[in-house]
Design a protein around this ligand. Structure first.
Ligand code: FMN
Length: 397
C-alpha cells in the first residue's frame, strides 16, 4: 500500500535496505536507499516516477492496491535514469496508451534505453498540467544531474517533486526528515552532493535562484531517494547553495597508498608536522586501498587542501592513486591546494607524475613535493615533519 503524505498524495515507492552500491557507477550505499514514486489522486490521477527494476513486481502490486491502473491519467517522468524508470516498461505493458510527460531529452533517453515509442508529451519550463482544482508546474533542471532532468510543483498542496535533487541514498521506515537521525541524514546528503553534483555547482546556484524567484510556497520537498523534507524544507535548499559555492571546511586530507609502508610513514610524519604548525585544522589520513572511494571524495570535497602520496612503481604510480585522479578530475573541484609525496627505490618518478595529475585536476600546487629514498630513517622523518609544517605555512601564499 502507498503511504498518505498529504491530502491526496501517496508515496508508492520501495525502500531498498540491502543495496550496497549502485550497479553502474558503483556509488556506495552504506545506509541503503529508496526509490520514491508518488501518486496524486485528484480529478486527474498522476503517477510521478517509478522505481528500480528490482522492485517492479512489488511496485505494480502496491500501485494496484492504491488505484485501478486504468484510472492513471498521466505519468510524469522527471528523469530517465533506470533507478526511477526500471519499472516503467512493465507498467506500460499494462497501460500502454497512458501519456508520459517529460522533457525532450528525457523522451530521448527513455527511447534510447527502452526502445519503446510510448505516448510522450514533451514539457518545458513553466508549462502546467491541469489536475482539476490543482496544477502541476514543470521546471527543467538540465544537467542536475542529466540533460533530461526536471522537477515539478503541485499547487495548493505546495509540494515540490524534486527527483534526485535534495535526495540521499538512505533507507528508512520513518519517511520524513525530522524523524531520522540528523547526523546520518546530513552525511548522506553531503556525500550525494559531493559525488554527483560538484561539477554542476554553478548550474545548481542558477537553478535554485530561478526557482526561489518564483516565490512558490513550499510545504514539502519530495525527492526520489531518501526522506521527504517536511520540517523546514528549505534547509536542504540553503545547504545546496552553500555547498555549490566551492564549499570547504578547515580540513587537510592526506591520501596515500603504499606497498611496504614507507609512503605511509611519510604520510604520518607529514600529518605530525601539520598538527605541530596548526592545531586548529582537522587532518585526515586515508589509506586509499582500504577506504571506500565515495567516502574519500566526500573528504576531498570538505578539504581546503590535500596531499597525495604514492611510491614509484615501474616508473609510475600505484593504480589506486591513478584511479582516484580519474574520479577527482571529473568532479572539477575548484579553489583547493595540494602537494605530492612518495617513497622510491631508484628512479622516483611518482611525485612528478602526481604533481601533473594534481594540476590537470585543477589543484594549485603549494610546492614541488617530497621524495624519500626507500624507507624513511630518523633524518628523513624529520624532513617529512618539516614538509608538513611548511605546507601549512605556504597555504594561500
Ligand atoms: C613492483 C615494484 C616496482 C618498482 N618500481 C620502481 C621504479 O620504477 N622506480 C623506483 O624508483 N622504485 C621502484 N620500486 C621501489 C619502490 O618505489 C620502493 O620500494 C619504495 O620504497 C616503496 O615505497 P612503499 O613502502 O611506500 O611501498 C619498485 C618496487 C616494486 C615492488
Amino acid at each position: 500500500m502507498g503511504f498518505n503524505i498529504k491530502n491526496n498524495i501517496y508515496l508508492v515507492g520501495n525502500v531498498d535496505w540491502e543495496i550496497e552500491s549502485y550497479q553502474g557507477y558503483k556509488y556506495s550505499t552504506h545506509r541503503g536507499s529508496s526509490y520514491n514514486a508518488y501518486l496524486i489522486k485528484e480529478q486527474k490521477n498522476v503517477l510521478i516516477d517509478t522505481v528500480d527494476s528490482t522492485f517492479t513486481d512489488i511496485f505494480i502490486k502496491n500501485l494496484k492496491n492504491e488505484i485501478n491502473l486504468d484510472d492513471i491519467d498521466y505519468i510524469i517522468i522527471n528523469h530517465g535514469e533506470k533507478d526511477h524508470t526500471g519499472a516503467l516498461p512493465e507498467l506500460m505493458k499494462l497501460i500502454p496508451n497512458t501519456p508520459i510527460y517529460c522533457t525532450n531529452n528525457c523522451a530521448k533517453s527513455l527511447k534510447g534505453q527502452f526502445h519503446q515509442d510510448w505516448n510522450f508529451n514533451i514539457v518545458k519550463t513553466g508549462e502546467k498540467l491541469n489536475l482539476g482544482d490543482k496544477e502541476l508546474i514543470f521546471v527543467e533542471t538540465p544537467m542536475l544531474h542529466w540533460p533530461d532532468n526536471m522537477i515539478c510543483y503541485l499547487t495548493q498542496d505546495n509540494m515540490l517533486f524534486s527527483n534526485d535533487a535534495f535526495g540521499q541514498h538512505y533507507a528508512t521506515s520513518a519517511i520524513y526528515n525530522d524523524l531520522v537521525d540528523q547526523n546520518e541524514l546530513f552525511v548522506e546528503c553531503l556525500k550525494y552532493y559531493s559525488n554527483i553534483l560538484t561539477p554542476y555547482n554553478s548550474k545548481v546556484i542558477k537553478k535554485i535562484e530561478e526557482i526561489l524567484s518564483l516565490n512558490l510556497p513550499l510545504d514539502m520537498i519530495c525527492p526520489s531517494h531518501g526522506v521527504i523534507w517536511r520540517d523546514n524544507p528549505t534547509q536542504i535548499v540553503e545547504l545546496y547553495l552553500k555547498w555549490a559555492q566551492n564549499y570547504q571546511e578547515n580540513q587537510i586530507t592526506i591520501l596515500y597508498d603504499t606497498m611496504w609502508e614507507s609512503t605511509r610513514d611519510m604520510a604520518e610524519a607529514i600529518a605530525k608536522g601539520i598538527k605541530e604548525a596548526d592545531s586548529q585544522t582537522v587532518i585526515k589520513l586515508i589509506h586509499l586501498s582500504k577506504k571506500d572511494k565515495n567516502d574519500v571524495i566526500t573528504e576531498v570535497f570538505k578539504s581546503k587542501a590535500i596531499l597525495v602520496g604514492s611510491p614509484t612503481v615501474n616508473k609510475g604510480i600505484l593504480t589506486t592513486i591513478a584511479s582516484l585522479f580519474e574520479f577527482v578530475k571529473s568532479l572539477e573541484f575548484k579553489n583547493k591546494q595540494a602537494a605530492a609525496f612518495g617513497s622510491f627505490g631508484w628512479s622516483g618518478e611518482s611525485v612528478k607524475l602526481i604533481n601533473a595529475k594534481l594540476v590537470d585536476s585543477g589543484f594549485a600546487l603549494v610546492n614541488e613535493g617530497l621524495r624519500v629514498s626507500w624507507k624513511p630513517d630518523e633524518e628523513t622523518i624529520k624532513e617529512c615533519v618539516k614538509f608538513g609544517k611548511d605546507f601549512v605555512k605556504d597555504l594561500n601564499k
